[in-house]
Structure formats: structure tokens, C-alpha cells
Design a protein around this ligand. Structure first.
Ligand code: A3P
Ligand code: MG
Length: 276
């Protein structure tokens, strides 16, 4: 798939800026997904970063591609990416782009399909546009003003945005609520939170897909009382906001971006259950 220069600036003029950005991020994420899938054979030989987390050739190749596409299309936007984070804290940037070129690296290495490419725009500390793409599942989620899912056929030459469908959170049932939880990082505090709220229906999932599951009304809540980085959550957060959900810290304040070291706090992502 070819991404034309300045697609963001020249096309889709009838869309508002956040919708155009979400689509541009979707296009770039799908292109990066091809790179990740091509590198899947090397996934069983990861390297390890200084913090002990795994990194594969796929992470690095996708990161290169995403950065070069973003720099061509949005030259004025600073980029913070998991794999090429310069360590410079962009506190003064009103707008910046957060990238996780491969989220769910553990799932990727283990041969599972729940891994994603994530690109989001942060404006004044909030995610205002984002795309999450799961290449092994062929599922693209985009959130700007509205949220959409687009299922991609293998070897599709060009993305057809006319086939995307709007998604929104569901009204939580009074009984039988479902929580989506981390498959690889399900910790004791999150288990206790779920138990305290009387939820027994747990859906394990890898990567930022957890936000998308809530955004499309397949689950009611995603509690995360374990560490994440801002690039893990920004794109999924944008999709969920656009679908009508919320993401707050444990005191109920909206989760914000642009913190020192890009470390997130614990959070709860919700569809529509205001009492959870
Ligand atoms: N101790 C830790 N500190 C910071 N982030 C952590 C962490 N342990 C896990 N994570 C984050 O949690 C993400 C995966 O969460 P999950 O397993 O729920 O999908 C990882 O993303 P990557 O897979 O991109 O490294 C990683 O960034
Ligand atoms: Mg990640």
C-alpha cells in the first residue's frame, strides 16, 4: 500500500481535523502492520531492553516506517515513540504524537494474535485522535470525533474507508458485567478491583485491544492497576473516548499525557457503567 505525501493536508476536506488524523494514523498503522507480519518469523528471537522488556526486529522496523510516514505527512508534530524515545520530555509541546509500534510484544513472541500498532495525537494532555491496528486479526480501530472499526482483507491494495462501521460503548447491564483484563500482566490489585466490583466475567486480552473491546461494546470496563507507559494507552484511549467511554485514574480524574518519563498511573477505562 502506498501512502501519498500530504494526504492529511490535501484530502478528505469535508472531515474535521481529528477525523482526518485518525484516518491518516489508520493508513500508517496498516502499512506498519505489513512490516510487523513480515517480521513475525523472527519474533522467537527477541532482544531485551535495559528495563528487561523484550524487543524484536518487528518493533524496530515498524517504528522506522511509522516515523518516516509521520515526518513526511505531519512535519511539525513532535513524535514520542516507545522504540525511539529520545528521552526528551516534551512538556512544553501543546501537541505531540505518541507511537507504540508493537504493543503486546509478549503475545507477539508467544505466537498469539493480540498485538497492535498504535498511533495517537495528544493535545493539551488528552488523546484527541488515534488508531489501533491488530494486523494478525485484520482489525483497524480509529477514533477522532467518532469511533470506527474497519476489517481489512488480506492483501488489500488500498483502504476503503467507506466500509468502516461506527462503534460505540454499550449500556452496561445491571448484572453480568464484563471486564477485559491483561492476559500477560494481570496483577493482584486488578484482580481485587474486579472482585470488589462483583465482576466474575473476565475476558483476558493482550495489548491496546482491551480499550477497543470496551469501545465496541463487547465489555464494560478495563481496569489496569499495573504499570503501563503512555504510548501503550494513548491510541486505545482516543478510540474509547470517541466511542463514548472514559478513562480515569483511581480518583476519577481523566487520565492525562505528557508526564515525566511517559509513565502512566493506574487507570480504569469504562464504557457506560457510571457506577463502576
Ligand atoms: N513494569 C512495567 N513498567 C512499565 N510498563 C509496563 C510494565 N510491565 C508491562 N508494561 C507495559 O504493558 C504493556 C503490555 O500490557 P498487556 O500485557 O496488558 O498488553 C507493555 O507494552 P509492550 O508490549 O508494548 O511492551 C508495557 O509497556
Ligand atoms: Mg506497549
Amino acid at each position: 500500500m502506498v501512502i501519498r505525501r500530504n494526504l492529511y493536508l490535501s484530502e478528505e476536506l469535508n472531515l474535521d481535523e481529528f477525523e482526518r488524523l485518525a484516518r491518516l494514523f489508520g493508513l500508517i498503522a496498516v502499512r506498519a502492520g505489513e512490516v510487523v507480519m513480515d517480521a513475525r518469523a523472527d519474533a522467537c528471537r527477541p532482544d531485551f531492553k535495559a528495563d528487561g522488556s523484550p524487543v524484536t526486529a518487528a518493533d524496530l522496523r515498524a517504528d522506522d516506517l511509522i516515523r518516516s510516514c509521520l515526518e513526511r505527512n505531519l512535519p511539525d508534530f513532535p513524535i514520542v515513540s516507545e522504540e525511539s524515545c529520545s528521552g526528551v520530555f516534551l512538556k512544553t509541546a501543546e501537541r505531540f504524537i505518541l507511537v507504540d509500534p508493537l504493543d503486546g510484544t509478549k503475545e507477539f513472541i508467544q505466537g498469539r494474535d493480540e498485538f497492535t500498532i498504535n498511533i495517537a495525537l495528544i493535545q493539551a494532555g488528552s488523546p484527541v485522535a488515534g488508531a489501533v491496528y491488530a494486523p494478525a486479526l485484520h482489525q483497524l480501530y480509529m477514533g477522532g470525533t467518532n469511533a470506527y472499526r474497519l476489517d481489512i482483507r488480506a492483501n488489500e491494495g488500498a483502504l476503503s474507508f467507506s466500509k468502516m462501521r461506527p462503534i460505540e460503548v454499550r449500556q452496561a447491564p445491571s448484572k453480568g458485567r464484563r471486564a477485559v483484563v491483561s492476559r500477560s500482566h494481570l496483577d493482584g490489585a486488578t484482580k481485587a478491583w474486579v472482585k470488589r466490583h462483583g465482576i466474575t466475567d473476565l475476558q483476558p486480552s493482550g495489548s491496546s485491544l482491551k480499550f477497543c473491546v470496551v469501545a465496541e461494546g463487547e465489555a464494560d470496563v478495563y481496569p489496569r492497576l499495573a504499570p503501563t507507559m503512555e504510548w501503550d494507552t494513548a491510541a486505545g484511549h482516543a478510540v474509547l473516548l470517541a466511542a463514548g467511554g472514559t478513562v480515569t485514574d483511581l480518583d476519577g480524574r481523566p487520565l492525562r499525557y505528557g508526564k515525566p518519563d511517559y509513565r502512566s498511573t493506574d487507570f480504569v477505562a469504562r464504557g457506560a457503567p457510571r457506577d463502576l
